[in-house]
Design a protein around this ligand. Structure first.
Ligand code: SF4
Ligand code: FE
Length: 483
């Protein structure tokens, strides 16, 4: 099958009978739900862009094993150029959606699984790589979206998975059968799971021998029996029910998270990619997290481009574009945003092949990338709010603007630059509100903090990868110290 069009993708998701709950109710038609649809549209963009000749080089790749052209979101990176193209593709998708477009978690999981399963098999004589390659070729052939699910609820953070009071707080195998395993547990904060065909589950932390039942990785379709999702709330989510595109700020795109419950889900043997080899859980986590930390040097930069553009437009509409401090703030925002991009490109350019042949990013630089992402978008948002002015949070609604009596007053008193309509001024302010405080703030701000691992997770990796010993030797050599 060729690459899916955006429309074919939407219809393929419509066919999957997922169990989705929101506000205490089962959602029978998630595809057309006004709160959920913008999130689906963001993933659709990964299909739409792949159909446009201008973006073909970034959005597609040729799989060297099958010789087929596939969407790059299904690709196994075989070079540093592949790694850099991935980041560029993500920046592009961020620019076109101003939201999380969700398909990267699957891509990052594919690449982590590809190399880890290969190395597990070498040590244990297992067949996980073969299972995984079969699954991957199925995904590539059908052009599917796969949710990479890592984050367990984790319960008491001071205790290992097996030592939790409630043993289900990390996803685990509860039954072993000749034809497969049954798993129970949950994965939290799953962006994009509602818009995926399959979910690829991985362990969430490095594990010891007592955690064997928790060292499990597999993929199952989203309509698997006993698998269901509870959609998370977002600031301003119900604005999408009010029928005003303007008040939503980014009416077409978004991202939605869900708590995903595996309440005794069966996994057949050929869909298992790790099962009890607990010493490899850490490798899978480290590689997936590394790829996803690289990803943030692309996607958040693309969204940042939109926010910087919105701030510049707001400045023009306010009549303040020529003020030197405004120009300087836009320069600062650009500097911060491009620093993130530089990190995404750098960890890619410094990538190295793994034993299995695919390319892994430079882990130190990928962690530095994500550590910067936990900070810079906050400063970029702060500057955008500074430039926008308080009106972005005090402006009346679109209904007031359209009201026969009130409209004339809103029009008159909220106009800035006389060459610009009040409507356009309010639209750009609502977009900034959306990115800094509304539904997209989940994807641009808090996800920058906690997505792909919270700041401390990167600091642990930076400590491990930073090679302080070598740096001390350098200093001693320069100072002619002999011990
Ligand atoms: Fe992709 Fe970024 Fe969303 Fe992660 S946060 S899935 S990298 S868009
Ligand atoms: Fe993310």
């Amino acid at each position: 099958m060729a690459l899916m069009t955006g429309e074919e993708y939407i219809e393929s998701i419509r066919k999957i009978k997922m169990q989705v709950y929101m506000f205490g109710k089962k959602i029978e038609n998630p595809v057309d739900d006004p709160i959920l649809r913008p999130s689906l549209n963001s993933v659709r963009m990964t299909y739409d862009l792949a159909q446009i000749p201008e973006y073909k080089d970034l959005m597609t790749a040729v799989d060297p094993d099958t010789g087929k052209t596939i969407n790059r979101f299904c690709h196994i990176h075989r070079s540093t150029q592949d790694l850099m193209n991935k980041v560029k593709m993500q920046r592009l998708c961020g620019q076109k959606t101003a939201a999380c477009f969700q398909r990267c978690v699957g891509m990052d999981a594919f690449n982590a699984e590809w190399s880890t399963t290969y190395e597990v098999d070498k040590v244990h004589g297992t067949h996980y790589h073969e299972n995984f390659v079969k699954f991957l070729h199925y995904v590539q052939e059908k052009d599917l979206t796969v949710d990479g699910a890592m984050t367990d609820p984790k319960g008491d953070r001071s205790k290992a998975p097996h030592a939790q009071e409630d043993p289900d707080l990390y996803l685990r195998v509860v039954e072993r059968r000749p034809d497969g395993v049954v798993v129970r547990g949950a994965k939290a904060h799953q962006t994009g799971i509602l818009n995926s065909h399959e979910v690829l589950v991985m362990p969430t932390i490095a594990m010891g021998p007592d955690d064997k039942d928790y060292a499990i990785s597999f993929a199952v379709p989203l309509d698997s029996p006993n698998l269901f999702m509870i959609v998370g709330r977002q600031s301003c989510d119900t604005r999408k029910l009010e029928g005003s595109k303007m008040d939503v700020g980014n009416p077409e795109f978004g991202g939605v998270e869900a708590l995903t419950i595996f309440d005794n889900v069966f996994v057949p043997n050929d869909r298992i990619f790790l099962n009890g080899e607990s010493e490899f859980a850490g490798m899978l986590v480290e590689r997936f997290a590394g790829y996803h930390r690289q990803s943030y040097g692309g996607c958040k930069v693309g969204v940042g481009d939109v926010l910087i553009g919105a701030a510049a437009v707001a400045a023009e509409y306010n009549g303040a574009a020529k003020a030197s401090h405004i120009k300087d703030k836009l320069i600062e925002m650009t500097h911060l945003n491009e620093t993130l991009y530089a990190c995404g490109i750098a960890c890619s350019a410094e990538g190295q092949p793994t034993e299995s042949g695919n390319y892994l990013i430079n882990l130190l630089l990928a962690n530095v990338c994500k550590q910067n992402v936990t900070r810079f978008p906050y400063e970029i948002v702060r500057l955008a709010e500074d430039i926008a002015g308080g009106l972005m949070v005090t402006a009346p609604s679109e209904k007031d603007l359209r009201d026969p009596k009130l409209g004339a007053y809103v029009e008159k008193y909220l106009r800035g630059n006389p060459a610009v309509t009040t409507e356009n001024r309010l639209k750009i302010l609502r977009l900034i509100e959306n990115l800094s405080l509304g539904t997209a703030a989940v994807g641009y701000r808090t996800e920058s903090m906690h997505g792909a691992g919270s700041p401390q997770a990167q600091r642990i990796m930076i400590a491990r990868q930073g090679n302080l010993g070598a740096k001390k030797k350098l200093a001693k050599a320069i100072a002619h110290i002999e011990e």
